[in-house]
Design a protein around this ligand. Structure first.
Ligand code: NAD
Length: 321
């Protein structure tokens, strides 16, 4: 079995490799070559932790396995480690033997950023110039850095519930030589692309905040009850997601579905756009919305790429099990 330790991963995994792994697996999901298993997520009644498994099988990529982990809210205060903790296990699809154990913390941020980037690349207008960010936490930095590579952006507009965190966005934008304008939500009407990445349980982004032609990537809502965009805004957009079953149950579309404003048939897999079986954006005035719920296959795809990279760079640890 190969072990790829968490500490080695930031030097191994590039945004480019993550993007390719995620784009390929989204395409495989839409063509029926890859599927996700039902998600398990449990409040374990210890340390207020949420623990669970996200797994799947990609017949084409040859990835079989799961990500185990979750959220321990007291980690940072008590132990000085991050609250999100996860590990990916890969198995040989021909034999069932365990193939690899790969740290999942850093790669989760990169694979999540890759998902919104794939959506921007395939759905945003080519002439998009203003990037809007709602959220400025840990994931937001990764999201913004990856998004800025997808179009020739000239400016970032940032809004966050905790304004003191906006400096996180300023640091990332500065790497690309771009300014961040901090304003109110109405200012987002100027944005051509908007990413939402918060832990909100109430709508933040409303219909009047968004102009025609905008692409929105809603990335924070990954649990029942969470919400970043109003149900009206969701219903007004052309809808895409990683996995429809998750979008309607734990993703941003859960609320518009519950309100009867949309049906499952209104939501398309982003993989269909990648494969060319869905045209994607139909006009320069379309509002497109990608509901990025986060699927296990993303973790497996990125981890499989990491195993190859770790072997190539000589940092893979091999153990007999
Ligand atoms: P974080 O704790 O570092 O940041 C949280 C963000 O949410 C901050 O911007 C904070 O200001 C904002 N926020 C907190 N309370 C809020 C409220 N009541 N209203 C509006 N905003 C509020 O967390 P993070 O690691 O950046 O994760 C952000 C979200 O992304 C979480 O909900 C997490 O579950 C989700 N996530 C999704 C995926 C996916 O694949 N879709 C992957 C990883 C994380």
């Amino acid at each position: 079995m190969i072990i790829v330790p968490e500490r080695a991963i930031p030097d191994l995994l590039t945004r480019d490799a993550s993007y390719r792994a995620v784009e390929n697996v989204f395409a495989a999901m839409a063509s029926g070559d890859a599927y996700n298993f039902p998600v398990i997520r449990e409040a374990i009644g210890h340390e207020d932790a949420l623990y669970g498994f996200k797994g799947g099988f990609d017949r084409v990529g040859g990835s079989l396995g799961l990500k185990a982990g979750g959220y321990w809210p007291h980690n940072l205060d008590k132990h000085g480690i991050i609250n999100h903790q996860s590990t990916v296990f890969l198995f040989d699809p021909d034999t069932g033997m365990v193939r690899a154990m790969v740290g999942g913390n850093y790669s989760t941020a990169l694979r999540t950023a890759a998902a919104s980037s794939v959506s921007i690349n395939h759905l945003a207008r080519k002439d998009a110039r203003v990037m809007g960010m709602v959220g400025a936490g840990h994931q937001a930095s990764f999201q913004l850095r990856a998004a800025l590579e997808q179009r020739s952006f000239e400016k970032v507009i940032g809004w966050n519930y905790h304004p003191e965190m906006l400096s996180n966005l300023e640091e990332v934008a500065a790497e690309a030589g771009l300014p961040v304008e901090a304003g109110d939500l109405d200012g987002l009407a100027e944005a051509d692309v908007i990413i939402t990445i918060t832990s909100s349980f109430a709508p933040i982004l409303l219909e009047h905040h968004v102009s025609p032609g905008t692409h929105i990537a809603c990335m924070g809502t990954d649990t029942k009850g969470k919400q970043e965009a109003s149900a009206d805004l969701v219903a007004s957009a052309t809808l895409f997601t990683d996995e429809v079953a998750q979008s309607i149950s734990i993703g941003e579309c859960q609320h518009a579905i519950a309100a009867g404003l949309i049906t499952e048939a209104d939501i398309s897999q982003i993989g269909a756009v990648i494969n060319g079986s869905h045209p994607g954006r139909r006009s320069a005035d379309d509002i497109t919305l990608f509901d990025g719920t986060g699927v296990g296959l993303q973790d497996l795809a990125v981890s499989a790429a990491l195993v190859d990279l770790a072997i190539e760079k000589g940092v893979a640890i091999e153990v007999d099990l």
